[in-house]
Write a protein of this length. Structure first.
Length: 245
């Protein structure tokens, strides 16, 4: 696939009479060398990502020269390229990419369902907490005073345990576990959804760009940026899992 074939050349230029004679043997003059041609050939890809092998391009550039009367020479170029690949068949790289895409889509669906489930559970817990709060307020209004004996026992118990370092560590560990249980991994799920979405876009574009269409340069740069962010999100997620477990 060729993105563009460009060359810089004046199509018509006036030169000396091509039929003139040489006056001096050392003064060799060729009209074909009077034209300075700059040819710029650009291909769409230089590496075959299916086989991870270089793509070989064979370029054939033909220069056409027309000699007209009065020394007018018309020159134009034609370019043709042939792409040679090591194989044109489906390779294991396509199978790996398709498998990765399927697993990413499946994981994204599971993450979205988990996020919706977390939202429903939190809403249900909020309703239950409000109902429990109202019930406790009714119980407190019914029993607004407690006995002096129970107050003293509670005070002495708190004074005997609040200064214990082991007790403080146990309280902090319990509080940390309760926070994790209450959040139910919501931040992990949101981060995983972003990671899966970026990776799906990159893998899908890689497959389509391989077998279907020719990508412009700006899309290639965009996909490279998306791949970088996707890899960063995935690595961050794995590191957080490792630290937790």
């Amino acid at each position: 696939r060729i993105e563009a074939v460009d060359w810089k050349l004046s199509p018509t230029t006036t030169y000396y009479d091509p039929c003139r004679r040489r006056e001096i043997d050392n003064n060799i003059f060729d009209v074909a060398t009077d034209v300075t041609v700059t040819i710029k050939l650009r291909s769409s890809d230089t590496i075959d990502i299916l086989t991870m092998a270089p793509s070989v391009y064979e370029w054939e550039v033909v220069q056409h020269i027309d000699f007209n009367p009065n020394g007018l020479i018309t020159i134009w170029l034609t370019a043709r390229s042939t792409l040679y690949r090591t194989t044109e068949q489906l390779t294991p790289w396509i199978a790996v990419a398709l498998t990765t895409l399927v697993f990413l889509i499946w994981d994204l669906i599971l993450r979205v369902r988990a996020l919706l489930r977390i939202k429903r559970i939190k809403e249900q817990r909020r309703i239950e907490a409000e109902a429990l709060k109202r019930r406790l307020e009714r119980e407190r209004a019914r029993h607004d005073q407690c006995s002096t004996e129970s107050q003293c026992s509670t005070t002495s118990s708190s004074l005997s345990t609040e200064d214990d370092p082991d007790y403080q560590r146990a309280v902090q560990a319990t509080r940390w576990k309760m926070d994790l249980r209450n959040s139910m991994g919501k931040s992990w799920t949101q981060w995983a959804i972003v990671s899966d979405a970026l990776n799906i876009v990159f893998v899908a574009d890689m497959l389509l760009g391989t077998v279907a269409y020719c990508q412009p340069w700006w899309l290639r740069y965009t996909m490279s940026i998306i791949a970088g962010f996707g890899g960063f999100a995935t690595c961050t997620l794995f590191v957080s899992y490792i630290r937790f477990f």
